[in-house]
Design a protein around this ligand. Structure first.
Ligand code: BGC
Length: 746
């Protein structure tokens, strides 16, 4: 406590003479600047380097630990931040060491991977994105921040916003899908949710947008693999999602493991300094990914750790995650004049600014509140939001003969499949501090709903990835006894996420066999899918009467899915990533180019066209796809005018009618195609969407306003503007099923 007072008095003492000199000039920023300058002046080079080092506690980690002596490092002033340490008592003790046992009493920042919830786990981010509901996404991050701060954390390694067009890559589960426009809105919403109204609030955390940059485009979908693309693609498709986070005020950025065109991100000065700091005006701090400075050696751009540290500091990195390269080499690099102390000062200043903004110098224990820890975790309100979120993330992929919702007269349900009752899997990868025992499985969700009025027979049928058939005949006889069958199939949670790329993204093991035998009984059957990526389920789509995509729904997965299965919630989710017909089509995504030899839709196998000999070009389910228990019809599109000047607005509207017999939500999507550009343009680009609620029988008019500037693209000289010319505008229920109209920009 004594130390705390001395820190507070340091702030007060420093600010007093300043305020006497010039009352008006004392802004919070100038106060902060003065405080930080004073502190920096007192710091030795070693203490400064300590601030640039981030170490994991021994709780959990995602890579080899280079240093296990983190408490000693804190005590010696050799750590500026710690990650993978939470809960109030643990954090308080580590913070106590930092503020009471180090010379300058500088508090630590506490970071953690809070990717889809902290204790209350929400659906995986790819699933969340299927809601297209940025308000819900923002709210989920607000809840995550409340829970995380109640357990001592003040920094999250999120949002992960990497655009990806390759479902083989396991980390697609963490992102917002393949589209840059939607991904950017989600990115900003997540930052706002985490950082709240002010970083100085005790329930806000510093967000960390990652992985900068283009980590989602590894060759062949293999994690950590090479990224190589044109500047145009980088700027147009991959960078805007990070920029959206910067514009939303994100406090930190994490570098990515990959190289881009030969330069690893962690040593890429153009990326980290010229673009991020100078052009985008990012004023927070840059942290590496786990040990990625050390990885500059196997990347082959540094011969040893000292050189790796030099390259990354000079590129613009402020904090070394777990690598110890800064800690072990920056002092000698300063002595040998390879690195200037001024560049170290700049990095330290950014870390201290973050600590100041969090209010840690005023109260290093502000996130160590036992009362909050007891009261603000997994509240009934948070759980009920998680349930709604799990339901709203579901995407109805198929529903032949209105198999779903489960009819009221069903008396016996056979629940079959390896994911029917797996608590652990409901968490998905990156499950923060989520606990499997707190998760509701599908079986439990069904039991909660029917409360004994429906008989539920459960048979596993096979394991998730078992080689041989097992229990399949028991599953078949359970199906025969039932009047409705639910097949809970998919991946285990560890089959997606980091270091979880797959070359075969079909249903693992013998699950397809199980499905075939069970569906052959002819009983009404719905497949409930659990997975972290688009799967190739073309065969399943042919035979299953109904398929509901539920991702990994988090703590309340079972309840949320059951709400959808019984029709208490009408599914409205739409895919944010294309589901391929087969793995050979990958990458297959909606906003591709037309090519000089576009496929002939009348004859998809015509020779010398851009197609395959053995597969159509179209995917199984396109971007934006998702059904409802009701049906919607779209009128033709109306425009306010069919030709606009550069400073006019285009207003496009459609009448949408709910033609089925249930109320429902529809995500109405607007796409544009620029027919002739200075460079080639995609066949469609999402430019706007609206989620509307329609009562059965209701018709609403949905209008969108488009400004010519929103049709800008990168020209040959990389200038960003819109051209006059002819455009097509599409409005529809998904990226393929649309109405079309033409317009001009003069
Ligand atoms: C991941 C990051 C994560 C970090 C810390 C790395 O392996 O790539 O996304 O934030 O570990 O856990």
């Amino acid at each position: 406590m004594k130390r705390l007072f001395s820190i507070i008095s340091l702030i007060v003492v420093f600010c007093l003479p300043y305020s006497c000199k010039n009352e008006k000039a004392v802004t919070p920023d100038s106060k902060m600047g003065a405080f930080i300058d004073d502190l920096l002046n007192k710091m030795t080079l070693e203490e400064k380097i300590g601030q640039l080092s981030l170490f994991t506690s021994d709780w959990s980690s995602t890579g080899p630990s280079m240093r296990n002596d983190y408490t000693d490092l804190i005590r010696q002033g050799k750590a500026g931040a710690v990650f993978n340490a939470y809960t109030v008592d643990f954090v308080r003790e580590l913070q106590r060491i930092a503020v009471e046992e180090t010379r300058l009493h500088i508090p630590l920042i506490f970071g953690y991977d809070v990717i889809h919830g902290h204790r209350t786990i929400f659906p995986i981010p790819l699933g969340q994105s299927a809601t297209w509901d940025t308000a819900m996404i923002e709210k989920s991050e607000r809840i995550a921040a409340i829970e995380a701060t109640a357990e001592g954390l003040n920094w999250v390694f999120a949002p992960m916003v990497d655009i990806s067009r390759d479902p083989r890559w396991g980390r697609v589960m963490e992102g917002g899908g393949e589209d840059t426009f939607l991904g950017s809105l989600i990115s900003a919403a997540r930052v706002k949710g985490f950082q709240g109204n002010s970083l100085s609030d005790n329930n806000s955390v510093i967000a960390c947008v990652k992985h900068f940059a283009a980590y989602g485009a590894p060759q062949a979908g293999r994690d950590y693999h090479t990224v190589d693309m044109s500047d145009r693609s980088l700027f147009e498709w991959y960078l805007p999602v990070y920029k959206a986070a910067i514009d939303a005020g994100v406090g930190s950025v994490m570098t990515s493991f990959n190289e881009i065109a030969g330069i690893p991100s962690t040593s890429n000065k153009w990326l980290l300094t010229d673009l991020l700091r100078d052009d985008w005006k990012f004023d927070g701090f840059i942290v590496t990914d786990y040990g990625s400075i050390n990885e500059l050696i196997p990347h082959g751009v540094a011969s040893d750790q000292a050189q790796a540290a030099e390259l990354s500091l000079k590129a613009g990195v402020d904090m070394d995650m777990q690598g110890s390269a800064f800690l072990d080499h920056l002092a000698e690099l300063v002595k040998s004049k390879k690195v200037s102390e001024e560049s170290i000062n700049s990095a330290v200043r950014r870390i201290l600014v973050a600590k100041y903004r969090l209010g840690l110098f005023e109260d290093p224990y502000k996130y160590c509140n036992k009362k909050r820890e007891a009261e603000e975790i997994m509240t009934p309100e948070f759980r009920s939001f998680a349930r709604e979120f799990a339901a709203k993330s579901c995407v109805l992929l198929k529903n032949e003969n209105r198999t779903l919702p489960i009819p009221d007269n069903v008396k016996t349900i056979a629940l079959i499949g390896p994911l029917a009752d797996s608590k652990e899997d409901m968490l998905g990868f990156w499950s923060g501090a989520g606990q499997a025992d707190k998760c509701v499985t599908l079986l439990e969700g069904l039991q909660n709903k029917v409360k004994g009025t429906v008989n539920i027979i459960t048979v596993k049928g096979c394991g998730i990835n078992n080689e041989g058939p097992e229990e399949i005949s028991r599953a078949v006889s359970a199906a025969q006894k039932a009047d409705f069958v639910i097949l809970a199939l998919g991946e285990s949670r560890m089959m997606s996420g980091e270091a979880a790329s797959r070359t075969d993204i079909s249903l693992p093991g013998v699950q397809m066999k199980l499905a075939e035998f069970v569906i052959k009984t002819g009983k009404p059957a719905a497949v409930v899918l659990f997975n972290g990526r688009p799967l190739t389920i073309t065969g399943l789509d042919k035979i299953a009467p109904a398929i509901l995509e539920t991702w990994f729904g988090g703590t309340e997965a079972g309840n949320g899915i059951t709400d959808v299965l019984f029709g208490d919630i009408n599914p409205a989710g739409k895919l944010t990533m294309t589901f391929p017909l087969n793995v050979g089509q990958i990458p297959v995504f909606y906003n591709s180019k037309n090519t000089g030899r576009p496929i002939n839709p009348e004859n998809p196998y015509e020779k010398y066209k851009s197609n395959y000999l053995d597969s159509p070009n179209y995917p199984l389910y396109p971007f934006g796809y998702g059904l409802s228990y009701t049906t919607f019809s779209y009128s033709e599109i109306k425009l306010n005018r069919d030709s606009i000047s550069r400073d006019e607005k285009l207003v496009a509207s459609v009448d949408i009618s709910n033609t089925g017999d249930m109320d429902g939500d529809e995500i109405v999507q607007l796409y544009v195609r620029d027919l002739v550009g200075e460079v080639t343009r995609p066949v469609k680009e999402l430019k706007a969407f609206k989620k509307v609620h329609l009562k059965k029988g209701e018709t609403v008019t949905v209008a969108f306003t488009i400004l010519p500037d929103e049709l800008s693209y990168y020209h040959q000289d990389m200038s960003f503007s819109a051209d006059p010319g002819d455009f097509e505008l599409f409005i529809g229920t998904n990226s393929e099923k649309t109405k079309k109209i033409s317009f001009k920009i003069q």
